[in-house]
Write a new protein. Structure first.
Ligand code: GL7
Length: 838
């Protein structure tokens, strides 16, 4: 270990402008940054310049904590969680950092004193949309909770140049626009080129004998790519901890390939550079679908290899031996996207650091834990063996060897069970041969967890049954959670203020304390205030919808909301069938007593997922008809909000009355939007799927609108032979709804547009919409009646919030720490920077 340079005499006197939290200091720092970082003065400055000046002001305060944190971890050699994820859906940083630093109000005031508006400045930030949906957002919530709980952690992922596409709606259809989030610069990252590493791809391997006569393998790659880390500070809520999210950006190792360059092929050399940089260019926009593209596999090995090499560097820097790797780090695999970790860690330890197979395997298995996030068969990653071997020849050899040893063990435990061997093998040999990434993750890790109680049970009984029989002790369940800092404090200031006034403000980091609200659920004046807050939030969203969609929305109407990725299993089209039914009923009986409703949708469809895109088109087609029907004015409105992202989500949850969580039971692993809605006082209509089950247990069956088949009923119905046609023929309202779509009522008379969607429902209906339709519509009638009794509804809303304490990501992280990671908290003291030179 090289000694730290003695900077003592040169220690920078950190002056108050970088760390101070008084309004005066903040204002001075802000102007200083405007002049000396943005190089602007007020007359020339844009709103974006002001945003940048403020962001740097906040960043300085983060860096003070960050440096103290890094110093403490380095000195103490603290056990660290390495959270590996292909996605981190971070959302805008400015507001969230202000909340966690506890300076939101002071900064709002300071900015106002300068004649600026904090909300407007926050609008300037391009959000880092480096994820698709729940899986990526969960990773972001977990970083927040790890920092808040003072758990040493490093998030590792990819710095995609283009995050999830921006969604435009033209003629009722989704249009994708590239997300150039880095265009105006990113004040929340620090490039660390000095910690760049090389990643090999392609080529072939050679065996050789080393000087001590041992068999070794060397890998001669076709291509080498440089990974450059960019660090983002992750501040805990009112702690001094500031952890790191380290995202890797791909670069060519040299500006030119000199061999090609010397041969005169200048453009070819530059071409090579471009192709290297493609690696971190764009996020694959699929949610719960695996695409099996070579570039995607290259992205996975890229960030996994960079991250593992980085951990080995840190280990060495702290003077620890390789054998101490699993004491220093626990690696959590966020789904199978980083599962190649198992083979890459083996390779690094054996080929690059000279360990034996057994020593390397021991370290690998002790260090890795795997979270499964899906039961969808099309999301389970598998790579054609040929493609895998061409890109990662050495890893394929290692996987074959792991498989060989693994199947030996299975054979010993279950003799004469070749069927079981076939099912468990890391290689799928039923047709074209594939590497099964979930199997690799299961064999290579000490812990396997699902993300909600039901999901874990289904993993044990079905998807990972054979692994459960083999390693029951590895399995555990960790119900997801969400951060109350972003999804309550930041997004719903009115409700936050009322909670603080009623039960104090400690609930923000101990969400169980919301329980104390229960005492207020019957209090008429509390109920009145609670209702007024919801109305004010709905008024804000109504204004936004007026601007975005040009619609006049009645804030008194029931806001019935479904926002999430568009997917057949999530069944947005079941929601639409209910809307059409209600529309037909109102047309037939204009005096029908139902409360006015505003149906709100939002969500992106994967660009290649045609049926999902048709579902968006259907929502917009129904909206066009209903919103233009004078008879529906003041009764029904349908709104599709474009470009659902973290920022828009924060506007929507606080304004929702009803949360739609209507996936077919057994398909949604957990869901996390369900939690965000309930924490903002929305009541759920939902199936017994994912975390809905636990949410209902917590809030009480009487405060939850349950409908639909259960997971066992779904399996039974499918086993007995499901025929959607029977339901179509047997229910006149259902038939009328489907027929109206088919004849073009919602596509300007064009009967072709929605034919694929309806054909699929009538002939196959894999997600049992038709089977659940009647119960759903009946349940929606009960929702409508309940909403008309304001006292009753408000009471349900209060009790939902009061009983949602379990669903904080802090609780999830505590569970991981206790059962899986065994990482003690490391409190951080703010250090005097002059001392850090010693
Ligand atoms: C998901 C699940 O679909 C979702 O139910 C879960 O809440 C989330 C986080 O655990 O993970 N799995 C998955 O592949 N995506 C998800 O959102 C994309």
């Amino acid at each position: 270990m090289q000694p730290a340079a003695n900077l003592n005499h040169a220690a920078v006197q950190v002056e108050d402008d970088r760390t101070g939290l008084t309004p005066e200091t903040l204002k001075r720092a802000f102007l200083d940054n405007l002049f000396y970082i943005q190089g602007k003065f007020p007359r020339l400055a844009t709103q974006h310049d002001y945003y940048m000046a403020l962001a740097y002001t906040v960043r300085d305060r983060l860096l003070q904590r960050w440096i103290s944190t890094a110093a403490a971890y380095t000195e103490q050699g603290s056990r660290t969680v390495a959270y590996l994820s292909a996605e981190f859906l971070m959302g805008p940083q400015l507001g969230h950092n202000l909340v966690n630093l506890g300076i939101y109000d002071i900064v709002q005031q300071a900015v106002a004193d300068l004649g600026l508006n904090l909300d407007e400045l926050m609008e300037q930030e391009a959000e880092p949309g480096l994820g698709n949906g729940g899986l990526g957002r969960l990773a972001a919530c977990y970083l927040d909770s790890m920092a808040t709980l003072e758990v040493p952690s490093l998030g590792y992922g990819i710095r995609y140049e283009f995050g999830i596409f921006r969604q435009d709606i033209r003629n009722g259809q989704q249009v994708e626009v590239t997300d150039k989030w880095l265009r105006l610069g990113n004040p929340w990252e620090l490039p660390r080129p000095e910690w760049a590493v090389d990643v090999k791809l392609g080529g072939h391997t050679e065996a050789y004998t080393d000087r001590s006569g041992r068999y070794r393998v060397r890998w001669i790659p076709y291509q080498v790519i440089k990974g450059v880390p960019y660090d983002m500070p992750i501040a805990g809520y009112r702690t001094n901890t500031c952890n790191t999210l380290r995202l890797w950006s791909a670069q060519a190792p040299e500006a030119f390939d000199f061999e090609i360059f010397n041969s005169g092929d200048y453009l070819g050399a530059v071409q090579d550079k471009l192709s290297s940089e493609n690696l971190s260019k764009v996020l694959y926009p699929n949610d719960n679908i695996s695409q099996g593209k070579r570039l995607r596999l290259a992205q996975q090995i890229f960030f996994v290899s960079c991250s593992l090499q980085d951990m080995l560097r840190i280990l060495a820097r702290q003077g620890l031996a390789l054998s101490q790797f699993s004491q220093k780090f626990v690696i959590q695999l966020n789904d199978t996207h980083p599962a190649v970790t198992v083979a890459e860690l083996m390779r690094l330890l054996m080929d690059e650091h000279g360990l034996s197979w057994d020593a390397a395997w021991d370290i690998t298995q002790r260090s890795i834990a795997y979270t499964n996030h899906t039961l969808m068969p099309e999301a389970l990653e598998k790579w054609p063996v040929d493609m895998f071997g061409q890109l990662l020849p050495r890893h394929l050899e290692i996987i074959y060897e792991i498989n060989h040893r693994f199947l030996e063990q299975v054979r010993a435990r279950f003799p004469d069970d070749s069927d079981r061997l076939r099912r468990l093998s890391l290689i799928d040999e039923s047709g074209e041969r594939y590497v099964r990434m979930a199997h690799l993750a299961c064999v290579g890790s000490f812990s396997i967890n699902g993300v909600a109680a039901l999901h874990t049970e289904l993993l044990k009984q079905d998807v990972l049954k054979d692994f459960y029989e083999l390693y029951p002790e590895k399995f555990n369940s960790k119900t997801n959670g969400v951060t109350p800092r972003r999804f309550m404090v930041l997004s719903n200031p009115r409700q936050t203020e009322m909670l603080n006034r009623t039960i104090g403000d400690t609930w923000v980091s101990r969400l169980d304390e919301l329980k104390r609200l229960e005492a207020k659920a019957e209090d008429p004046s509390f109920q009145h205030d609670w209702h007024m807050i919801k109305q004010a939030n709905k008024g804000d969203l109504a204004n936004y919808m007026a601007k975005q969609n040009g619609l006049v929305i009645n804030p008194e109407s029931l806001f019935d909301v479904q926002v999430k990725r568009i997917h057949e299993y999530k069944r947005q089209h079941l929601n639409v069938l209910h809307i059409i039914t209600l529309y037909h009923r109102l047309k037939a009986s204009p005096n029908l007593e139902v409360p006015p409703r505003t149906f709100i949708f939002g969500g992106k469809a994967a660009p290649g997922y045609h049926v999902a895109k048709l579902m968006i088109r259907l929502v917009n087609g129904v909206a066009e008809v209903i919103n233009h029907d004078p008879a529906m004015r003041d009764r029904l409105k349908v709104v599709f909000l474009r470009n659902f992202n973290v920022r828009l989500a924060q506007r929507i949850y606080p304004a929702a009355d009803l949360s739609e969580q209507i996936s077919m039971a057994g398909k949604e692993a957990s869901g996390t939007g369900n939690m965000k809605f309930a924490l903002n006082g929305a009541v759920t209509i939902g199936t017994l799927d994912g975390a809905n089950v636990e949410i209902r247990d917590e809030v009480g069956a009487e405060n939850f609108f349950l409908f639909g088949l259960t997971a066992p009923e779904v399996y039974a119905l499918k086993a007995q032979g499901y025929n959607p046609w029977d339901y179509y023929q047997g229910d006149p309202e259902l038939k009328q709804a489907l027929d109206s779509i088919l004849v073009g009522t919602f596509s300007r008379g064009d009967g072709e547009v929605f034919k694929p969607l309806i054909d699929s429902l009538l002939n196959w209906d894999p997600y049992l919409l038709l089977a659940d339709y009647q119960d759903y519509v009946a349940c929606q009638e009960r929702v409508g009646q309940a909403f008309c009794d304001r006292t009753h509804w408000t009471r349900m809303s209060i009790l939902n919030v009061a009983r949602m304490g379990l669903f904080s990501s802090d609780r999830s992280i505590q569970d991981y720490c206790r059962d899986v990671w065994r990482t003690p908290a490391v409190p951080i003291e703010l250090t005097d920077h002059a001392q850090l030179g010693e």
